[in-house]
Ligand binder design. Structure first.
Ligand SMILES: C[S@@+](CC[C@H](N)C(=O)[O-])C[C@H]1O[C@@H](n2cnc3c(N)ncnc32)[C@H](O)[C@@H]1O
Length: 279
């Protein structure tokens, strides 16, 4: 959700007039492209200069803390012989984390070409460029996850139906979905192109897609990012700012990130974690 590696600290500067001007001149598609493609590729260039162990925290973009990722992996309990799908994988940090922590072999799907290239070059992971229509056979996936993706998708029921299609019966799949705390308009500005369902609306959509919720939780119940993750993300953020701070696309991505950080900080939006199975 962020041009940095997780939603921006709401105490960061959020009222930069240049950023607002840039935001005004771009439509929501441009804003999403800036955030998920252009800045993703820039981030990969910076991250490529880091030690391998530092690349994972720097390449997790909206997925939750390592504690939350561990919880999901424990609940999904992937079989090492199964293909582990990361749908909407960004630049590959969470998939590389899953591979390192459990030994699974991930396959990534991601619509932004710059992010696909980044995941391949940073982690050597197979990344297929795809949006909601997955180039994957029906029932081929034994486990996986999709983190911070649903709120950025145009047709959310179609995206869930497609996940359901590729899942093998009895396979478990993890989701992080940013949900609005209550129905109706948010009090704060939301990132362009995002649409946050309430928990009730999400559950109805999952039901409609024949996905059964096995267990659930909240990302904010897990410890915040550990100091070494914060250090890496701060270093990458500073380098990106140094290289691209004057570029309107950077400013737009920062504004997107800042809006998300403010929503999370105010409790207007929360990260819902779910493990689902084909009903
Ligand atoms: C907030 S980022 C999260 C990236 C990654 N999951 C992570 O946690 O690091 C959301 C991602 O969803 C991708 N996305 C947008 N629409 C999508 C769709 N229809 N299907 C799959 N991914 C999509 C975006 O390109 C972006 O990389």
């Amino acid at each position: 959700m962020s041009s940095s590696t997780h939603p921006a600290d709401p105490t960061d500067s959020t009222d930069d007039m240049d950023s607002m001007d840039s935001m005004d001149s771009m439509d929501s598609m441009d804003s999403m492209d800036a955030e998920f493609d252009t800045v993703a590729a820039w981030t990969a260039d910076v991250v490529a200069g880091l030690d391998p162990d530092e690349r994972i925290p720097a390449a997790c973009r909206g997925s939750g803390s390592p504690g939350a990722l561990h919880w999901l992996l424990d609940q999904v309990a992937p079989d090492l012989d199964e293909t582990f799908l990361d749908c909407g994988a960004g630049i590959g940090g969470p998939a590389a984390f899953a591979a390192r922590e459990t030994g699974v072999r991930p396959v990534l799907t991601e619509p932004a070409p710059g992010a696909c290239r980044a995941a391949r070059s940073l982690f050597g992971l197979p990344a297929l460029q795809a949006g909601t229509q997955l180039p994957i056979a029906t029932g081929a996936i034994g486990a996986g996850w999709s983190l911070g993706v649903l709120c950025t998708v145009d047709d959310q029921p179609a995206y869930l139906a497609e996940l359901r299609r590729v899942l093998r019966p009895a396979s478990r799949f993890g989701l992080v979905v940013y949900c609005a705390a209550r129905p109706g308009a948010l009090r704060l500005e939301q990132p362009e192109g995002n649409d946050f369902p309430t928990v009730e609306a999400l559950e109805a959509m999952l039901d409609g897609a024949s996905l059964r919720v096995l267990t659930s939780g909240w990302t904010d119940h897990f410890a915040a990012f550990p100091a070494d993750w914060e250090e890496v993300t701060g270093k990458v953020q500073a380098e990106l700012e140094r290289r691209h701070g004057d570029d309107p696309r950077w400013q737009v991505a920062e504004e997107q990130s800042s809006r998300m950080g403010s929503l999370l900080s105010a409790g207007e939006v929360r990260g819902r974690m779910l493990v689902v199975a084909a009903a």
